[in-house]
Ligand binder design. Structure first.
Ligand SMILES: N[C@@H](CCC(=O)N[C@@H](CS)C(=O)NCC(=O)O)C(=O)O
Length: 210
């Protein structure tokens, strides 16, 4: 089997893959890329991911980037962990991919604008970018809150990679003082995630670097 190394940073979206590797009880290593020190822009890491982003997953001598692709790989490599609901139906599989893309392409850019508005605006416009991101997040989270309803997890009874992804979105927002109080189902969901051993192990790994 090809060795796995996850390039990650505490609190970044690499947390999703970290949780999944823990959930699958995978044999893997973590290589921390200190974003705060600009390590993602250094030649050593650009040789891994020229897009200068975490996560990246090294699989033997190959590299995989982009969250939905990495998550799909981990799911396929560890089938017994059932990180996504199993289905032979091609459309169902694409709907699962669509859910992951909702996190990566719709929610993630809003999260970045809320948490790091200075990446997108000069000082006079920073507050306005953050406010616009908050508005967009509020609109998106109305649907997420409804979709979760009273269900334990995104796909109902079965915990999945979507829960890990949503957990990262929500905890990243909380770390930037986004209040979840308005969203009782999402608040309950985050609390439930914090009781899961794989989630706690992933967070403890992140803490080792902090
Ligand atoms: N489209 C990429 C986005 C990855 C991404 O934005 N990663 C952030 C951390 S959450 C990052 O590495 N940021 C460093 C920077 O932009 O300077 C994916 O889904 O994997």
């Amino acid at each position: 089997m090809n060795e796995l190394t996850l390039f990650a940073f505490p609190g970044a979206c690499s947390r999703v893959s970290l949780i999944l590797l823990e959930q699958a009880q995978a044999d893997y290593q973590v290589h921390w890329v200190r974003l705060t020190k600009g390590e993602h822009k250094r030649p050593e890491f650009l040789a891994i991911n020229p897009k200068a982003k975490v996560p990246a997953l090294k699989i033997g001598n190959d590299i995989l980037t982009e969250n939905p692709a990495i998550i799909s790989y981990i799911n396929q490599r560890f089938p017994s962990a059932q990180l996504l609901p199993v289905s032979d139906n091609a459309l169902t599989q694409l709907q699962q991919l669509s859910d992951l893309c909702f996190c990566s392409s719709t929610l993630h850019p809003m999260v970045t604008r809320f948490c790091k508005p200075e990446f997108f605006a000069t000082s006079d416009a920073i507050i306005s970018v953050k406010q616009k991101a908050q508005d967009a997040l509020n609109d998106a989270l109305v649907w997420v809150e409804q979709r979760m309803g009273q269900a334990a997890w995104w796909y109902g009874e079965q915990w999945s990679a979507m829960d890990a992804y949503l957990f990262w979105v929500l905890t990243r927002l909380q770390s930037a003082d986004f209040l979840l109080a308005e969203w009782p189902n999402l608040h309950r969901f985050v609390q439930a995630m914090l009781t899961r051993p794989a989630v706690l192990r992933a967070l403890a790994k992140e803490q080792q670097l902090a």
